[in-house]
Design a protein around this ligand. Sequence first.
Ligand code: ASP
Length: 448
Amino acid sequence: MKVVKFGGSSLASAEQLKKVLNIIKEDEQRRIVVVSAPGKRFKEDEKVTDLLIALAKAKLADEDTTYLLDKIILRYADMVKALEITEPVLQQIEENLQMLLSSVTEPSYFIDALKASGEDNNAKLVAAYFRKEGLDAIYINPKDAGLIVSDDPGNANVLESSYDSLKQLATRKEIVVFPGFFGYTKDGKVVTFSRGGSDITGAIVAKGVRALLYENFTDVDGICVANPAMVDNPKRLEYMTYHEMRELSYAGFGVFHDEALQPAFSEGIPVRVKNTNNPSAPGTLITTSVPSTTHVVTGIASMSGFTTIYVEKYLMNREIGFGRKLLQILEELHVSFEHMPSGIDDLTVLLRDNQLSPEKNAILLQRIKYELNVDEVYFNDPICLVMLVGEGMVESIGTLARAASAFARAEINVQMVNQGSSERSIVFGVSPEDEQLAVQALYEEFFG
Ligand code: ASP
């Protein structure tokens, strides 16, 4: 069987839902359908999830919630009407939202309960629509299916024990419509995964039922080798490996949620990213290994928002425990590091900006200086990371030289280079002003 997940833009309107129905009807192996909340119908539109978050916050602030509530209900009402769904699904949605609003709990759980209702109510609507169109479809709630997650509102993780329960879904004779994005804690509270987390649910369910394939329907024909906002009309990828996708999504490839790869990867379930608006396009297949690589580089990604701390100490290389002590200071301040390229007597620690603050930075510098007795420690200017990713780099010679020449031709100063021994990716640190130019230079070199 195939598990099929549809993203918000694929479920944003009646017109989109008709496409979804056809996709399910087309292939009888598509037995489990994981849905997002209705997303944007056009560029300036609002996602139902964002409206629900605003609604929860308004309620917590004791503000009038009528406007937001009506707006949310209207999104479902439009679809119910246009699709001529006869079951009283709209009434159920209204009652559900009223019930949630009248049971205010601790803020983070309250916000999560409202957020989760976006997918939950949409799943009920989609199941009712499928039934109206003659399919034997059933809505199943994550609690009934045994999807149990950690008690971490807004950032939950699936508990391993869930997989045993989820495998029962494979025995259902109906087409299962399953809401994405949330699960239940052991004591029955609704909590969500991180944003975009319906992809994660799809992968968890696919692992639970040992699916043949996990199809992830979105609004693009497949994954591009570079960000279309940086490069004109970039090429699309037919295949890529889990590792390549992981590396690329780390650096901002937003098509598929990076946390969703883990369950698929651990069970070896191939993932195909496809387009609801063009379902006959093959999309991109993400799997363990790809047919003989024709290219060395699979993709180019970039991401700004990093800061580096430079640390220098004479004879650092001989001091046992220096790195551990430095990382312990970061740990105690709840700061995670991304990369740590080093010289003989110096280290550079790359951190994400969003974890820092002027107060924290001052403490960091103070502690590193006095506890590690270093000669120098300071923050450098912000840095942007540009990544070349490709398993094909393992067997090829000269990739780094080609990248370096491309940067030289574009007159880009490379401030840092980091390549692990997996040779799957090379990370270059450049000035944020050079981000687009750097991506274009690499694209030209490897795909132009
Ligand atoms: N609706 C949720 C969000 O917007 C989850 C998802 O669509 O995957 O983040």
